[in-house]
Each structure stands twice: as structure tokens, then as C-alpha cells.
Write a protein that binds this ligand. Structure first.
Ligand SMILES: *[C@@H]1O[C@H](CO)[C@@H](O)[C@H](O)[C@H]1NC(C)=O
Ligand SMILES: *[C@@H]1O[C@H](CO)[C@@H](O)[C@H](O)[C@H]1NC(C)=O
Ligand SMILES: *[C@@H]1O[C@H](CO)[C@@H](O)[C@H](O)[C@H]1NC(C)=O
Ligand SMILES: *[C@@H]1O[C@H](CO)[C@@H](O)[C@H](O)[C@H]1NC(C)=O
Ligand SMILES: *[C@@H]1O[C@H](CO)[C@@H](O)[C@H](O)[C@H]1NC(C)=O
Ligand SMILES: *[C@@H]1O[C@H](CO)[C@@H](O)[C@H](O)[C@H]1NC(C)=O
Ligand SMILES: *[C@@H]1O[C@H](CO)[C@@H](O)[C@H](O)[C@H]1NC(C)=O
Length: 202
């Protein structure tokens, strides 16, 4: 094993003339932690996702090599009155650095003065917003988004549609590149617009 890793590493340095690290490789579709094997990478990646629907939470995690710098430092989140979705990725460049548990930044629940139309519907490819949601934290855009997600590890992909608040980055997620590790099977390009400003009573 050690001999193999050493020669893999020499190969890695030889080919890439870049970093050569051992990273953890594993994924879990039912938990935000996983343990796995070691792989040789130029840079280590961790991706965590969470879909919260009512009181149910569906976390997933992926640890692997970072293949593409564009997949590092992703932070997508969006909220409807009943649902939250988030995807956070990070890359690191020291030995075993993605072995530790990665924590999502705690949710900022402070209202930011923006209000958006909101709805969430399963088994639908669009939904009519009959409510509004007060946006919080850095979720200062209104989003309209549809796709398919599975409600269990090997579950069928079920269509859903939503409207709510999102961070601006989420609006530019034209293709969520990390589908295989999330419960999202398909997603449309998000449509974003500015929300109404709520007037604050002093
Ligand atoms: C993840 O797994 C750990 C250990 O198996 C467990 O303590 C924890 O409750 C699990 N979390 C979720 C969200 O399932
Ligand atoms: C995934 O999480 C579950 C607990 O929710 C745990 O039993 C299982 O061992 C984990 N799988 C991996 C590969 O870490
Ligand atoms: C969610 O949890 C709260 C507090 O535990 C409970 O009062 C409520 O009935 C739960 N809602 C659903 C849909 O299970
Ligand atoms: C990701 O963010 C960290 C810390 O903010 C930074 O050091 C690193 O260069 C960033 N990586 C990329 C690929 O943007
Ligand atoms: C990675 O983390 C696991 C669980 O926390 C631990 O048992 C293992 O020793 C760690 N591996 C390395 C190489 O640090
Ligand atoms: C909005 O529509 C949903 C689904 O049709 C329904 O469950 C909810 O009660 C409605 N909300 C309001 C404020 O009418
Ligand atoms: C939380 O969000 C509010 C409203 O956008 C912002 O003013 C505040 O700085 C945020 N707090 C943190 C800790 O990011």
C-alpha cells in the first residue's frame, strides 16, 4: 500500500508538476459525515448538501479530489416558506485536509429587508406563489427554480418547483455541477429577480 502510494505520488508530481496530496474519498447520501479510502490528488474537495423540507433534513456529503477549481468555494442556498436547500464546497491543499468534518456556516436568520413570492410543490414543474417570505442573511434575490429530486438514497426522481429567496451566487448556478452526490437529479437554470423592499418602521 505504502509503496503504491509513494509511486502514485511520484507519478503525480511527474505528470502535474503540481501539488500531490493524500485526500479522503467517500460519500454518504444519508449523512453529513463519511469515512473512506485515501486517494492521491492535487487538491482535496469536500461538498456538503442539505435539503430541509419541513422538519425533515436530507444531508449528503462527498469527499474526493478537486478536479476543477470552479467547484471550490461554492455556497448556494435558497429558502421557501417550507423548504431550504444548500450546497457548500471547499477545497484544501494539505495532506488529509478533507478528512475532518466540514460544518456548514450556521444559518443567518436576521431578516434583510427583502421580501419574495414563495411556494414549494412536489410533483409539479411550476408553482404559483400564494405567499411571501421575508428573506434572511445574504439571501437577497428572489428565485424561481424547478427540477427533480429523490426523497431517498435509491429513490425515484420526483419533480418539484419552488419560489423563494436565494443568495446571488445561486442565481448563476446554471448547471449544478455536483448532481451525483446530491438528491437533486435535475435542475433548471434558476430565474432570479429583485424582491420588494419591506419598509421598516423605525
Ligand atoms: C450521521 O451519523 C452519525 C454517526 O453514525 C450520527 O450520530 C448522526 O446522527 C447522523 N446524522 C444524520 C443527519 O443522520
Ligand atoms: C453513512 O451514514 C450512515 C449513518 O447515517 C452510516 O451508518 C454509514 O456508515 C455512513 N457511510 C459511510 C460510507 O461513511
Ligand atoms: C415540526 O417540529 C415541531 C417541533 O418539534 C412540531 O411542533 C411540528 O408539528 C413538526 N411539523 C411537522 C410537519 O412534523
Ligand atoms: C477558496 O477560499 C479560500 C478561503 O477563502 C481561498 O484561500 C482559496 O484560494 C479559494 N479557492 C478558490 C479556488 O477560489
Ligand atoms: C480520518 O478521520 C477518521 C474519523 O475521524 C479517523 O479515524 C482517521 O484516523 C482519520 N484519518 C487520517 C489519515 O487522519
Ligand atoms: C398556498 O398553497 C399551498 C399549496 O397549494 C397551500 O398548502 C397553502 O396553504 C397556501 N397558502 C396560503 C397562505 O394560502
Ligand atoms: C446576517 O444577515 C444580516 C442581514 O443581511 C447582516 O446585516 C448581518 O451582518 C449578517 N450576520 C452575519 C454574522 O453574517
Amino acid at each position: 500500500m505504502r509503496g503504491f502510494l509513494t509511486s502514485a505520488c511520484i507519478l503525480c508530481v511527474f505528470i502535474t508538476a503540481g501539488n500531490c496530496l493524500l485526500c479522503t474519498e467517500c460519500n454518504n447520501q444519508t449523512n453529513s459525515s463519511c469515512e473512506g479510502s485515501l486517494v492521491t490528488c492535487e487538491s482535496c474537495l469536500t461538498v456538503i448538501t442539505d435539503i430541509q423540507n419541513g422538519n425533515d433534513s436530507y444531508p449528503t456529503i462527498l469527499k474526493s479530489c478537486s478536479q476543477n477549481p470552479e467547484m471550490c468555494n461554492i455556497s448556494y442556498h435558497l429558502s421557501t416558506t417550507t423548504t431550504r436547500m444548500e450546497l457548500t464546497s471547499s477545497c484544501c491543499d494539505t495532506e488529509f485536509c478533507n478528512n475532518d468534518t466540514m460544518h456548514t456556516p450556521s444559518q443567518n436568520t436576521t431578516e434583510n429587508g427583502i421580501e419574495c413570492p414563495s411556494c414549494f410543490e412536489m410533483n409539479a414543474d411550476s408553482c404559483e406563489a400564494n405567499e411571501t417570505i421575508r428573506c434572511t442573511g445574504s439571501e437577497n434575490k428572489c428565485i424561481s427554480f424547478s427540477g427533480k429530486m429523490s426523497d431517498s438514497e435509491q429513490g425515484d426522481c420526483i419533480p418539484f418547483a419552488l419560489q423563494g429567496c436565494a443568495t446571488e451566487d445561486t442565481c448563476y448556478a446554471s448547471d449544478f455541477p455536483l448532481f451525483p452526490v446530491t438528491r437533486l437529479c435535475e435542475a433548471s437554470s434558476p430565474l432570479c429577480f429583485d424582491g420588494a423592499s419591506i419598509s421598516w418602521d423605525p
